[in-house]
Design a protein around this ligand. Structure first.
Ligand code: NI
Ligand code: MN
Length: 226
């Protein structure tokens, strides 16, 4: 699997040949100036919640590509009113897509949409097929619900966790999250985009190392192989 970091919580994952785009935020992102949302050609667009720093480029990419938005019911309805295709989910439910299973799992956060519409409750995604499984947490606090993931999903190969603090858990709590989800390879995100979420990345890397885990922090636009 190849994972390209698009800054903040935006990722493009080549999942065994299917391009999955998560939470694209390039337009208006002060750190993503070298990227262009028009270059992204996903097969599916997964949206964790309604905040502007997660949905900024969803509409333009979905309109241009005609591809399906996977998110919670309210967000899919909101895009549906704009004639965009979606697959609605809600917490605890899974669905088998052509590339594998997606389960929409709990997150502790909020989810208002950019125009003030109700965005349902925020979530994360666990995605798997017979070969691989990963967890994309979305914006969330540390929550005991994370312990349900290893109980109900295949063994995780990696997880994408927020580490920037203030709006989500910080890296200290993300280390505990990594233990709860029983995962040793973590990709950190949702940090350093704005002053509120600036962190000392060397301390974050050390905190994971101390727990016997690996924190990967790809550069913006960098593609890593997992
Ligand atoms: Ni948010
Ligand atoms: Mn956010």
């Amino acid at each position: 699997m190849k994972l390209t970091y698009l800054s903040h919580m935006g990722f493009l994952l080549d999942f065994h040949g299917t391009q999955l785009l998560f939470d694209p935020f390039i337009t208006g992102n002060p750190k993503a100036t070298t990227l262009n949302p028009d270059d992204l050609n996903p097969d599916y667009i997964l949206v964790s919640h309604g905040h502007g720093d997660h949905v900024a480029d969803v509409e333009s990419i979905a309109k241009r590509t005609g591809k399906t938005i996977i998110s919670n019911y309210e967000i899919v309805q909101w895009y549906g009113a704009k004639d965009l295709k979606g697959h609605p989910m809600n917490h605890g439910g899974k669905w088998q897509f052509d590339f594998g299973y997606v389960k929409y799992v709990n997150a502790i956060h909020t989810s208002g949409l950019p125009d003030g519409s109700y965005g349902g409750n925020p979530g994360g995604f666990v995605v798997w097929n017979e070969d691989s499984c990963f967890y994309f947490a979305g914006d969330t606090a540390l929550t005991k619900d994370m312990e349900l993931i290893p109980m109900t999903c295949p063994k995780l190969d990696f997880a994408v966790l927020p580490i920037g603090d203030n709006f989500t858990m910080g890296y200290e709590d993300a280390v505990i999250a990594a233990k709860m989800i029983e995962c040793d390879t973590i990709i950190g995100c949702h940090y350093d985009t704005f002053p509120y979420i600036e962190i000392d990345t060397s301390k974050a890397i050390q905190a994971f190392k101390n727990a016997g885990k690996k924190l990967l922090l790809p550069k913006i636009g960098e593609t890593i192989t997992l």
